[in-house]
Design a binder for this molecule. Structure first.
Ligand code: UDP
Length: 414
């Protein structure tokens, strides 16, 4: 059997304090209409990366509505996840040569076939996240459940061969969900296609409100000097997140602000073998400068510590080159911290209005914007405030729960 992740139940009612009653009432009505329905999310890993982060809040919050919802995680070994990471990269426009190989395609199919034998199908709707388990629908004998494929990556310009390989599997689903309209590959033949952005949980350990003084104390204990400015990037060790670009940005900014410190907080995800090599290379770079600090989930820098870093830093960077959404942008903005970020994929929808002046296309531009914010603290605070308001309106969990349950209802009624 596939592992089911234990996430308990979390009370959605708390959101009435933040968002008022209208949206929560709407969700309760939807949940009433769906009473008795059994839902299950499936993905590739229970830790590291945005999807695991999302599901670890989404599933327990939906449970509090009285609905049955579970989360199953597929099995895979290093070879399988090397293939799926390369598929992921190719779908974001990267090199598609590995996934063209017969052997790689064979590994992908065999592992999906094995997982399809082990999945618990006792659900009315199965929501399969991202490319790694996408072929489950093809290999399953299930004829009862509705199947939804949820794509979290930027598929606006996929490698043609990679998409030609994956799309026949996707076209067997009842619905497909993308983060933005522009990510929907042209000609996709699926009965329902929906767009909805991911969201963050305001009450999770990652995002709950913590006093900045406490956070500064926590980061101080981790070696950051609280008297000097700190810039931060939180992300998996992944080439699309441009971690070496961030080091360069720090070096350029430090020429103007000599006391500057950089923290790179990166997780190693269960389905991302590429991360280890990048982590080692970053370490080598960081060792050359006492004010570059590298932290990972391997050494106890978990959700609460990430929260502390995001609350304690002066500017957050997310220098992504391709980005499905980038939960970390909303996470920092929710804490009132200004963000300078790559003008890529799902990031611009989180940085509208004045925040869009801090969307950047180059390392130099990013360094210049970071320095500007560090030298103009009032503006930085004002931008953080605007970012928090925007996140509240658009990117908190209840909005996503409403969007997804509405889709589930439409798919079940079809
Ligand atoms: N994250 C974390 N610890 C780390 C690095 C990342 O908890 O050391 C979390 C981060 O806070 C965010 C998620 O992992 O919630 C990354 O999601 P995002 O959408 O930004 O990127 P993805 O990894 O899905 O590409």
């Amino acid at each position: 059997m596939l592992n089911k992740v234990s996430v308990g139940v979390r009370d959605l009612q708390k959101y009435r304090l933040v968002l008022g009653n209208e949206l929560i009432d709407e969700i309760e009505k939807l949940a009433d209409e769906l009473k008795g329905i059994r839902l299950c999310h499936v993905n590739a890993t229970s830790f590291g990366g945005g999807v695991a982060e999302l599901l670890s809040s989404y599933v327990p919050l939906v449970r509090s509505l009285g609905l049955t919802i579970d989360w199953q995680v597929i099995h895979g070994d290093r070879r399988f996840f090397t293939v799926t990471k390369s598929l992921h990269n190719a779908l974001q426009g990267g090199d598609g040569s590995l996934i063209q190989r017969e052997q790689a395609q064979g590994q992908y199919k065999t592992q999906n076939q094995m997982n399809a034998r082990e999945i618990d199908y006792n659900y009315d709707v199965l929501i399969v996240n991202d490319p790694q388990p996408a072929a489950l629908r093809h290999f399953s004998d299930d004829t009862v459940a509705k199947w939804i494929w949820r794509c979290h990556i930027d598929t606006s310009e996929p490698d043609e061969g990679a998409w030609a390989f994956l799309s026949p599997y996707i076209e067997q689903y009842d619905a497909a969900v993308f983060t933005m309209d522009k990510f929907i590959p042209p000609g996709l033949g699926v009965p329902h296609i929906a767009t909805m952005a991911p969201a963050i949980d305001a009450f999770s350990a990652k995002n709950m409100s913590l006093p900045r003084s406490l956070c500064r104390e926590m980061t101080d204990n981790l070696g950051i000097d609280r008297e000097r400015p700190l810039i931060l990037q939180v992300s998996r060790f992944d080439p699309w997140k441009d971690p070496f670009g961030v080091i360069r940005i720090y070096q350029l900014a430090r020429e103007k602000l000599p006391g500057l410190q950089l923290a790179l907080v990166g997780s190693l995800a269960g389905d991302d073998p590429e991360g280890w090599g990048i982590y080692a290379a970053i370490h080598t770079e960081a060792d050359k400068d006492d004010d570059i600090h590298v932290f990972t989930n391997l050494t106890g820098v978990g959700s609460m510590q990430v929260n502390a870093f995001q609350t304690a830093c002066d500017v957050a960077i997310q220098k992504s080159i391709r980005e499905g959404f980038g939960l970390v942008v909303s996470e920092a903005l929710w804490k009132g911290i200004p963000v300078v970020a790559g003008n890529a994929g799902g990031i611009p929808m989180q940085m509208t209005g004045n925040l869009s002046d801090y969307l950047v296309d180059s390392i130099e531009e990013c360094a210049e914007r970071v320095v500007y914010l560090l030298q103009n603290r009032e503006l930085a605070l004002e931008l953080g405030k605007q970012g928090k308001e925007n996140t509240k309106r658009n990117f908190l969990m209840p909005r996503l729960i409403r969007d997804e349950l509405s889709l589930v209802k439409r798919v079940l009624e079809a």
